[in-house]
Design a protein. Structure first.
Lengths: 266, 425
């Protein structure tokens, strides 16, 4: 996790909020550093994490996690981390017939399927173990990323249903958190992606949006992060609080600074 | 809390932990196994495979794309287990040349090739590969070329324009020996027949593999893609690229080349209609292909006619599902061919995406406007620079012409809105 981002979000692993949906979104840049942050944050907070990694392999997250101070292999061995590796499972599903339903069953189907098997997998992974050993604090579901599900043929409605079921189970029933990443396609007209993004934006408590700079590529400032706190269930007259920072990604951390206050400029 | 998490990492249980621990001293050249097959490899005791080298940044195994200029822009080379997607130029001239450079590099290094095409027999493709320039016989010819183009005083320290001395030189300055990483090729000569015969290659020619079109059951992928995936998986499994045959003595890399993927010849209709029946066939294919590559010692190049794809959202999906995306734009047939600005170049090359593998950062080059030029023995990629305005009568209209064309230069990846209105001054 990045200590500076923890300060900006005003959280620490000890006293993080529960029952929240966090939406990570990136536009014209790569927002995967946020996924690494939340993965190491929740592992350090001693939560039970179910990570649906659809876009990269396990060793990628493991190596970056070691730079951030968590060991995913050990976490997986002691049961703290349940890792679904999308790429490896896709090969298994595609080339071998499966007897029991696989979480990524929709890859074999011709029509647009639904994500019910994936939800069953998540629910099974995060359900509280009754034996009472190694008490984890609360369950967390992490998905990287949802836009891949759209590009593999699922409809936006199917993905929204899946997130709805996950939220009902993980956030409301088990008092845990859900963190998802969606790519924003920007000026490319991708209707399904826009439906998904708008639908999730209205449901989430915290939105972190990583954007590229409007003036183009810069070596010292890699992008801009907009943080938006929302209260979706209560209709309040207060405005949602929003902050904007610029960031630079380094090898083991990310440094944040106010707009225009990059150390390269000052 | 931090101590609990890091004590496991310090124990160094996986081989990769050792390498990342010593990341700070890059000069130790701690070679690691290919990051994907960590379950089968026995840790950091690495076999050195010909034609590969570890990345300076994180020890990942890299192969050359066949173009040393492109290798430099991609951060040293192509990582094993990744997909290089080339967005074809309009008439498929330079993209097929890059495709051939990639395959020729495989032959020179002794890698196994897998060539898949729907419109050309792989045996013919291999016949047309360019001949490699190996050290001895061509060094003198190359030196003559260099002297014709450069002035002899290029190495003298600049006295007046001394700031320009600090600018990096982008051009390559000489051929490399055959044991080094990237090689140069002579585009006008064919590869010697004995090199092709000595190499191991597998061909997938779509009209041969698809026997009849009658018994095609509705499936999630187009028939041609299914056959190709099964073919690739077969080769990987049988020849042990995924570590399944441990008695193989020498590890090797499988170079997969797929030509014109997504064109109607593959049975896919994304280039014909906007919302066809098989609109997700190509993305599913890329996903399963990447899964295959991540778990084996292979690397793949795909050329795709993205300028023909009707639905622009699909291009965004394809970009997200590939690792490295390079777009080529040639000037042939466009109005830029006669534009005096671009007279030194044959086209533009856009590096649209570079992956962040095992890392938070990636080796993005600072230069976003890149032009390429194909000389007989050299495919150069360099920073696009405007030629000096040396005309005698510098009229107002020609200056406006230059300014207008300069605005069209790509604002680079990572930008939000159209950069024009922010840079008008």
């Amino acid at each position: 996790m990045f200590p500076e981002l923890n300060n900006l979000l005003n959280t620490t692993p000890d006293r993080a909020e529960q029952g929240k949906l966090t939406l990570l979104c990136d536009a014209k840049t790569d927002g995967s550093f946020l996924v690494h942050h939340f993965l190491s944050f929740y592992l350090k907070a001693n939560c039970k994490v179910c990570f649906v990694a659809l876009i990269q392999s396990f060793s990628h997250y493991n190596i970056v996690g070691q730079k951030l101070g968590v060991n995913l292999t050990m976490a997986r061995e002691r049961g703290q981390l349940v890792f679904l590796e999308g790429l490896k499972s896709a090969v298994d599903i595609f080339f071998q017939a499966q007897e029991k339903p696989h979480p990524l069953q929709f890859l074999r189907e011709a029509n647009a399927g639904n994500l019910k098997p994936l939800f069953e997998f998540v629910r099974e992974a995060l359900k509280p173990v009754d034996s009472g050993e190694a008490g984890w604090t609360y369950p967390v579901l992490l998905v990287d990323d949802l836009s891949v599900l759209l590009s593999l043929g699922l409809g936006a409605v199917a993905v929204l249903d899946f997130i709805h079921y996950c939220r009902a189970t993980v956030c409301w029933e088990l008092k845990g958190n859900v963190v998802v990443l969606v790519h924003d396609s920007g000026d490319v007209e991708d209707e399904e992606n826009d439906i998904l993004l708008n639908g999730l934006s209205h449901q989430s408590h915290l939105i972190l949006r990583a954007e590229g700079l409007a003036t183009g590529f810069c070596r010292d400032v890699h992008g801009q992060l907009r943080i938006l706190w929302r209260r979706p269930s209560q209709s309040t007259s207060q405005r949602d609080q929003s902050l904007t920072y610029q960031y630079k990604i380094q090898d083991r951390s990310v440094s944040f600074f106010a707009k225009g206050m990059s150390p390269a400029v000052l | 809390m931090a101590a609990v998490a890091t004590c496991g990492g310090d124990a160094g249980s996986a081989g990769s932990a050792v390498a990342t621990g010593s990341k700070s001293n890059v000069t130790s050249f701690q070679r690691r196994g290919p990051r994907a097959s960590g379950t089968n490899d026995s840790g950091p005791r690495l076999v050195s495979i010909t034609g590969t080298r570890p990345s300076v940044r994180n020890g990942q195994l890299l192969v050359s794309t066949g173009l040393p200029a492109l290798d430099q822009l991609l951060g040293g080379g192509l990582a094993v287990g990744t997909v290089l997607l080339i967005e074809e130029d309009k008439y498929n001239i330079y993209s097929s040349l890059l495709f051939k450079y990639f395959l020729a590099e495989g032959i020179v290094n002794g890698h196994t090739l897998l060539v898949a095409s729907a419109n050309e027999d792989p045996a013919n493709i291999l016949q047309e590969l360019p001949a490699p320039l190996l050290d001895d016989n061509c060094k003198k010819e190359f030196d003559e070329d260099v002297y014709n183009h450069k002035t002899p005083e290029s190495n003298i320290k600049m006295k007046i324009a001394w700031r320009y001395q600090l600018l990096p030189k982008m051009e390559q300055i000489g051929p490399v020996s055959s044991s080094r990483f990237g090689h140069y090729y002579d585009a006008s000569k064919r590869i010697p027949q004995e090199l092709i015969e000595a190499s191991k290659w597998h061909g997938f020619f779509l009209p041969e593999k698809i026997s009849s079109t009658l018994k095609v059951e509705p499936c999630s992928l187009t028939h041609g893609y299914i056959k190709l995936l099964q073919f690739i998986q077969n080769i990987i499994y049988e020849e042990g690229f995924d570590g399944s045959n441990p008695q193989k003595k020498q590890k090797n890399i499988l170079r997969i080349g797929i030509q014109n993927l997504g064109s109607p010849l593959w049975g896919d209709d994304i280039c014909c209609t906007e919302n066809g029946d098989s609109s997700h066939s190509l993305t599913k294919f890329l996903y399963v292909l990447r899964g295959l590559l991540r778990t084996s010692l292979s690397v793949c190049i795909i050329t795709m006619p993205t300028h023909l794809i009707q639905n622009k959202a699909v291009i965004a999906h394809i970009t997200n599902l590939s690792d490295i995306v390079v777009g080529l734009e040639s000037f042939i047939g466009s109005e830029r061919e006669t534009n005096p600005l671009y007279k030194d170049y044959h086209g533009l090359i856009h590096i649209r995406q570079i992956p962040r593998l095992n890392n938070l950062v990636c080796d993005e080059s600072d230069v976003k406007d890149l032009g390429f030029k194909l000389k007989r023995k050299l495919f150069t990629i360099e920073r696009l620079h405007l030629p000096p305005d040396l005309s005698d009568t510098v009229s107002r209209s020609s200056k406006q012409d230059l300014a207008e064309s300069a605005k069209r230069l790509g604002p680079g990846c990572g930008m939000m809105a159209g950069g024009k209105k922010h840079l008008d001054f």
